[in-house]
Design a protein around this ligand. Structure first.
Ligand SMILES: [Zn+2]
Ligand SMILES: [Zn+2]
Length: 426
């Protein structure tokens, strides 16, 4: 881990791309570039970071399951850790955390990974590292405003989905399955509606919100007052929202979803960034009805639920996964079938449970094998050291000699300390 040492910061002080702009980089992208600059895999950098902060590293640890782009406390924690390690401030601006008190979280981020191939190609033409835009991870965004095209989600070379950054080793811009350049994908022209949404979200991301959490209720009241003279039912109807949903914002401190905020922006003809800055004093409401409608029920699962599922085929696919040499987790089965785990449990219960069972047994066995290997390796190291007349070693010193596989053993330090104690002749 010596290559992580740097006179000013523990990790390289990489500058995030597009900060303060509509095409700001996402934290997942930053993280992959950071790992790359240290010659590490993203998975190992994530495991190293967790260990550095004395957090457990699960055996089936997949770094990309950490929702780097979202607004969870976990996202914010990662942004803070990476800011401390790199010395680069405000890495939470590469996530949605600054909007947590304004936008309701469910369905905010996209289930499948999307990108604009033209943006990636342009990055490469400019001889800079391609990077992933935070806006691509927001479920309502379906287009690139700069290139006026729809975002894509399939590798143009191997046709697979979720190949953008869901792997241990990621080179941003290249398929994690076949290695092909993702910028080669063909993108269809975007609709005016999709471009409008992309513009709004871009403006939002470029401007940090100024409304604090204690100002949200007043903001919503003012909006309903201005748009429907305070009449919740009329307001809900105008925007195509449920009345109970709007009452929930007003009375119970609920928050609008991003599509609902977009509905307010569309019908009130006011930018999201102005709403979130609380700039309502010069707000001129439109005199004519809006030109196009926007489906507020647009869900990130769109396309998945409407997909015609042929369950017999899918169950066969799952059974085939059960006889593959390496047991896979249910999460991987979900990724490969493009289905939600709840749906799998519901419609292919036997297969889903068999997958979980097989994986757990495999994990338990490999955990045990790893622990045995760790005990043996550390024991040998300690005995050699004592035999050569040296002092003992600290758990951290020993940890640094372990291979990357052993570094991921659950409670590594505890295990290492146990092995040291067992071999200490004193
Ligand atoms: Zn683009
Ligand atoms: Zn591919």
């Amino acid at each position: 881990m010596t290559n992580l040492n740097n006179p000013r910061s523990t990790l390289h002080a990489l500058v995030p791309m597009g900060q303060g702009m509509a095409d700001v980089e996402s934290l997942s992208s930053y993280f992959c570039r950071l790992a790359h600059s240290h010659g590490m895999t993203a998975r190992n950098l994530a495991a190293w970071t967790l260990d550095h902060y004395e957090q457990p590293v699960p055996d089936d640890f997949k770094w990309f399951r950490r929702s780097f782009a979202g607004m969870s406390m976990e996202t914010e924690q990662w942004a803070a850790w990476l800011a401390e390690l790199t010395g680069v401030a405000n890495l939470d601006h590469l996530t949605l955390a600054p909007w947590r008190h304004l936008i309701s979280n469910p369905s905010l981020t996209s289930v499948s990974d999307r990108w604009c191939p033209c943006c990636l190609s342009e990055d490469r033409e400019r001889e800079q590292f391609p990077y992933l835009r935070l806006t691509w991870d927001l479920a309502p965004v379906a287009a690139c405003l700069r290139h006026k095209v729809e975002l894509v989600s399939k590798c143009p070379h191997c046709g697979k989905s979720n190949v953008r950054n869901r792997a241990s080793t990621v080179v941003i811009g290249y398929c994690t399955s076949c290695g092909g350049f993702l910028g080669n994908a063909k993108a269809a022209p975007a609709t005016p509606q999709a471009l409008w949404v992309a513009r709004q979200v871009g403006l939002m991301l470029a401007t940090l919100p100024r409304i604090a959490s204690d100002g949200v209720a007043t903001l919503l009241e003012t909006i309903i007052e201005r748009m429907a003279q305070g009449n919740v039912a009329a307001f809900a109807q105008q925007l195509g929202l449920s009345k109970s949903g709007v009452w929930h914002w007003v009375r119970k401190g609920g928050l609008p979803t991003l599509p609902a905020w977009l509905g307010i922006a569309l019908h009130g003809r006011i930018g999201l960034e102005r709403l979130f800055a609380g700039e309502l004093s010069n707000w001129q409401l439109p005199t004519e009805p809006v030109q196009f409608s926007m489906s507020l029920s647009a869900s990130p699962r769109k396309g998945i639920q409407s997909r015609k599922l042929i369950w017999e085929d899918l169950r066969q696919q799952l059974r085939a996964m059960l006889v593959e040499e390496a047991p896979i987790s249910l999460a991987d089965a979900c990724l490969r079938t493009g289905l939600d785990h709840k749906l799998l449990y519901l419609r292919a219960n036997t297969e889903a449970r068999a997958i979980v069972d097989r994986y757990q047994r495999h994990q338990a066995a490999s955990r045990e094998a790893k622990e045995i290997r760790l005990q043996a390796q550390v024991g040998e190291l300690i005995r050699e050291r004592f035999d050569a007349g040296f002092e003992g070693m600290s758990a951290r010193e020993v940890w640094q000699t372990l291979d990357s596989d052993l570094k991921t053993v659950r409670h590594t330090y505890r295990q290492v300390a146990k092995a040291i104690a067992a071999n200490d002749p004193k």
